[in-house]
Design a protein around this ligand. Structure first.
Ligand code: DC
Length: 225
């Protein structure tokens, strides 16, 4: 791949498809910054829940957006999630719960929230050399990206992987409930009016149902060069 400042790689797809693992690996391979856009939606969701702000109280949500600062930190471990600091408070662990996943999905349908976070993401991407991961990074945030990928897999495969991850963290898992939440989140993320989850026309589709992370990584890096 030509090493220019304009390089942006986008990796979009539904919940639990393996975007984070792949994005982290691809970013490390090229020495790019990994931009986890979902972490930002999670941070806003966490703040609104913590302060008891109703999601249909748009003026209150907008005033929150004016007074929060979100900073993403590199993951502490090579295969860990990025850290998130909101107004100086480290909320990295608090945002990675199934409950916050669902609220983040609801919050992300609000145009004011998307506007603010999209602007932040473009600012981070302005210097190039970024791997951006999310739902709309190839369609809305960085339509000019040099390489776009869309990962997909059956809801069963995705819920199964999430269950495995949670078990590895020592948590008890209700797999049927996870599947239900995955399907509900897919529906909410793809049916919203603003920047819904969908494949960019010029993105390469990779079905990861029967592929492991190394195989997906190889397919992507082969295409990028
Ligand atoms: O990728 P994730 O599971 O951390 O994202 C949490 C929620 O945030 C997801 O259900 C929808 C929303 N999101 C979004 O709307 N747009 C993005 N670019 C990233 C995430």
């Amino acid at each position: 791949m030509a090493d220019t400042a304009a390089q942006i790689i986008t990796i979009d797809g539904p919940a639990g498809v393996g975007k984070s693992t792949i994005s982290r690996k691809v970013a490390a391979r090229y020495g790019f910054t990994y931009l986890d856009t979902g972490a930002m939606y999670r941070a806003v969701a966490w703040y609104l829940v913590k302060h008891g702000i109703r999601l249909d109280d748009i003026p209150a949500v907008e005033s929150v957006l004016d007074r929060i600062t979100i900073t993403l930190l590199p993951a502490e471990q090579e295969d860990g999630d990025v850290g998130v600091v909101l107004n100086g408070e480290d909320i990295s662990a608090q945002i990675r719960t199934p409950a916050i996943s669902m609220v983040a999905s609801t919050v992300s349908a609000l145009p004011a929230v998307r506007e603010k976070l999209t602007a932040m993401q473009r600012q981070i991407g302005a210097q190039g050399r970024v791997v951006a991961e999310g739902r709309d990074t190839g369609t809305v945030v960085f339509p000019q990206a040099s390489h776009k990928f869309y990962l997909d897999a059956t809801p069963e495969a995705r819920a199964g992987r999430r269950a495995q991850q949670l078990r590895e963290r020592g948590e008890t898992v209700d797999e049927a409930q996870l599947l239900e939440m995955t399907i509900a989140r897919d529906r909410q993320d793809s049916e919203r009016e603003v920047a819904p989850l969908k494949k960019a026309e010029d993105a390469v589709l990779i079905d990861t149902t029967r592929l492991d992370a190394d195989q997906v990584f190889e397919a992507i890096t082969k295409l990028i060069g």
